[in-house]
Design a protein around this ligand. Structure first.
Ligand code: ADE
Length: 244
């Protein structure tokens, strides 16, 4: 999968994404990331890309033309006009289902805003999706873009060593992940649950499913409505909710 990231801070994005699992996926050619510097498309001699907002108000705005020219250059390179996601607190809140949908794209453009935002006219022309990563305001769209790339990339086949782990984890079936344990068997006088040492796969699966339901009921009861639970599982969930 190929990401184009339109940004004023390409190093910030590339330094982060060239690290760890995404970095390895880039090396293996499973992902490629082009961080395109919007400042390269400034059209005045000072190389500035921001200006005062009409009507007054605090801060500066990113101007339409450099953003537009950056996208046009990306389209030239791509040969297509890829989907453009503008990272903004005004967008739809990012979630796992959206990551799954974006992972089906061959190419994706992520547009990072700065200052007080971007001239509305260029957003109207190029942006196809508005995405927020949560109800708080950051200084720019770079961290949100990196979060999106990370969440999407790990769904691209081959990026995780083990495709199964992308399948059976938090938010699969709208349940949180069950607790996990590794060696040693006893640590700080805490014993690994016996069932996990039993080698009995059906019992282990049943225990994990129950733990997922209990965790979800305690920590994210809002997710339970969307989870596919049997009558018996619903009782387990209700019991956990009642205890809390
Ligand atoms: N830019 C600034 N804050 C943001 C947020 N919460 N989500 C996405 N982009 C942003």
């Amino acid at each position: 999968m190929h990401f184009y990231i339109m940004t004023l801070f390409p190093d910030m994005v590339m330094n982060g994404l060239n690290t760890s699992i995404t970095g390895r996926a880039i090396e293996k050619g499973l992902l490629s990331i082009d961080a395109v510097n919007i400042r390269d498309y400034a059209y005045n001699k000072h190389n500035s890309v921001d200006d005062y907002p009409y009507g007054g108000g605090a801060g500066m705005l990113m101007q339409a033309e450099p953003v537009y020219q950056t996208y046009e250059a990306i389209c030239q390179k791509s040969g297509k006009r890829p989907r453009v996601v503008y990272l903004s607190p005004q967008g739809r809140t990012f979630c796992q289902t959206m990551a799954e949908e974006y992972a089906r794209e061959e190419e994706l453009v992520l547009l990072c805003g700065h200052y007080e935002g971007i001239d509305e006219r260029v957003l109207e022309e190029i942006v196809t999706d508005y995405v927020s990563i949560g109800d708080y305001v950051l200084t720019g769209g770079e961290l949100p873009a990196m979060i999106m790339v990370d969440a999407i990339s790990r769904l691209v086949p081959g990026v995780l060593h083990n495709d199964v782990s992308a399948e059976f984890e938090s938010f699969q079936d709208n349940l949180l992940e069950y607790p996990q344990y590794s060696r040693p068997e006893i640590w700080h006088e805490k014993q690994v649950p016996q069932v996990l040492l039993s080698g009995h796969h059906a019992n282990i699966e049943a225990w994990r499913r129950e733990q997922s339901i209990i965790r979800t009921a305690k920590n994210r009861p809002d997710l339970l409505k969307k989870a596919n639970l049997t009558e018996k599982e619903l009782e387990i969930a209700k019991k956990s909710l009642a205890i809390d």
